[in-house]
Ligand binder design. Structure first.
Ligand SMILES: [Zn+2]
Length: 256
């Protein structure tokens, strides 16, 4: 086994431990994966193994054909890990959680609308919720891939969260943000009002957000201009935008 693969196995265990420590998952729920330097290979956490039993050697090496290379039984969700890593060359790692508020929102089959500028960390003006499909199935993987189009995160109906990153640390941090953002929709909507941003305000937020994270890297900023324009086009034009008062989160889906 190469040093690089050994390091990735260790990082995968650490990421899983951090998911538990940060309260993103409990027990044996959730899983994560990382792309290997060798083409068409990835490492994924094992199925149903408690953190105490997880070691670098217990991480499961797979190829994109779905074959296990060596020992171990992969997470039941290996299909969406495989499909995301295969379809998205921009992604190096995938983190899946059942964090409480996000899963509650997903049980209402709601995505996260444009109500806070941090929604843009997932790459667009909203975070979609994939339609329901049974866990572990190809149908779920297909639905998740679609919800992740031009995004780095999605919810899955009646299930949980997927967060993507260049590496495990980035995917983990995005999953952490996906733990907080849904709470920010729940609290105001349960007390009576949730305001949505007007298109112009959302556009300002998206542009400022990208300028902030790329301010010293002009060429990178230039690279972002077209994606920003396409993101702005995705912002809803609802006439109620900016004035919406919703007493129940079920109602804010109508804004999309
Ligand atoms: Zn799950």
């Amino acid at each position: 086994m190469s040093m690089q693969q050994r390091d990735l196995r260790e990082a995968l265990v650490q990421t899983y431990a951090e998911m538990i420590r940060r309260g993103l998952n409990q027990g044996t729920a959730g899983n994560c994966s990382v792309r290997c330097p060798q083409a068409n290979r990835f490492l994924v956490t094992p199925s149903g193994m408690p953190l105490e039993a997880m070691t670098p050697d217990a991480m499961v090496l797979m190829d994109t054909g779905g074959e296990v290379l060596g020992e171990g039984k992969p997470s039941s969700e290996w299909r969406f890990h495989r499909d995301i890593l295969q379809a998205r060359p921009d992604v190096g790692a995938v983190v899946h959680t059942h964090s409480v508020a996000a899963t509650a929102l997903a049980c209402l089959r709601q995505g996260i609308p444009a109500f806070h500028y941090m929604v843009a960390v997932a790459g667009g003006a909203d975070i979609r919720c994939a339609p329901y499909a049974l866990f572990g199935t190809q149908e779920l993987s297909n639905a998740a891939l679609e919800a992740l189009e031009n995004r780095k995160a999605c919810l899955m109906a009646n299930h949980g969260v997927i967060a993507l990153g260049d590496d495990l640390s980035q995917a983990l941090n995005l999953a952490q943000e996906l733990k907080r953002l849904p709470s920010n929709t729940w609290l105001p909507s349960s007390s009576g009002s949730l305001f949505f941003c007007r298109r112009r305000r959302c556009s300002e937020s998206l542009i400022n957000f990208v300028i902030t994270v790329t301010k010293d890297i002009l060429p990178v900023f230039i690279k972002f201009i077209l994606p920003i324009a396409s993101l702005i086009r995705t912002i809803p034009k609802s006439p109620q935008a900016g004035h919406s008062v919703s007493r129940h989160p079920l109602r804010f889906s109508r804004m999309r």
